[in-house]
Design a protein around this ligand. Sequence first.
Ligand SMILES: [Zn+2]
Length: 145
Amino acid sequence: MPNLALPLDRGLLPQGLVGALWRGIRGKCPRCGGTHLFARFLKPVERCRMCGQNWTLHAADDFPPYIAILLTGHIMAPVIIELGLHTGLPGWAMMLGVAVMAVMLLGAFLQPAKGAVIALQWWLGLQGFAPAPGKAEAGGGQHKG
Ligand SMILES: [Zn+2]
């Protein structure tokens, strides 16, 4: 599918990688920030309704779950240590609590992680975004004056 994104005013484009990532993390279109990036929990819209950017060009693959697991593990490790050292909970109750908390954290981190990965790929021109990287589009006007 060709990339038929509509021309955008430079003021609507993210100012840098951090701005694009932040839009993706919040589930907004990384290019225009105007509308939702996701049609369903982990399925991005085919095209942004505001700017026409084709979001089927991404290939986030396993990177978002990797990020979600990394964050969840770093949050859960001290929680598990504290529970083990300072509570008298039986083993089964601790395991149940830890499993529930881990699933909740993973669910909370997955979509923001996927939004960030899509934004990163768009900004850097990776995968299907190679012909029109966000970085080139956002920075293109700076050199023209
Ligand atoms: Zn957009």
